[in-house]
Design a binder for this molecule. Structure first.
Ligand code: 5GP
Ligand code: ZN
Length: 114
């Protein structure tokens, strides 16, 4: 997608600190972290948000969650806890319209989220 900043990151046309990549997804450090660990895990395919998932994307979100758990464990936050956040559309706080999951860890989380 031409003007999508996450597509540009995925294609290497924009800088980001990649911490994980496979054939389907990438994980990068958020440019404005809100916790000591703040990663964005996203499909390489341009999907707007969960509302845009297609039947052929069946295993994609499960794969993202498995990699999220792997990255949380690898960073040492399996026991202390971590949170996955996914915002869908502006009213929920989505500001980049390429599906992504925030992986947050390293501080006490509160409930309900804001
Ligand atoms: P959203 O608000 O859509 O749920 O999350 C978008 C996230 O992308 C925000 O946490 C924001 O800090 C992050 N972000 C925006 N632009 C960039 C960028 O150019 N590089 C990186 N690494 N993160 C970005
Ligand atoms: Zn995109």
């Amino acid at each position: 997608m031409g003007d999508c900043i996450f597509c540009k990151i995925i294609e290497g046309k924009m800088n980001a600190e990649k911490v994980y990549e496979d054939e389907r997804i990438v994980a990068v450090r958020d440019i404005a972290p809100v916790s000591p660990l703040h990663l964005l895990i996203m499909p390489k395919k341009h999907v707007v948000n969960l509302l845009d998932l297609q039947p052929e994307d069946g295993s994609l979100v499960g794969h993202i969650f498995r990699v999220a758990a792997h990255l949380a464990r690898e960073a040492g936050f399996a026991d202390s806890g971590f949170r996955i956040v996914n915002n869908n559309n502006a009213g929920a706080g989505q500001s980049v319209f390429h599906l992504h999951f925030h992986l947050l860890a390293g501080r006490q989380m509160h409930w309900p989220p804001g």
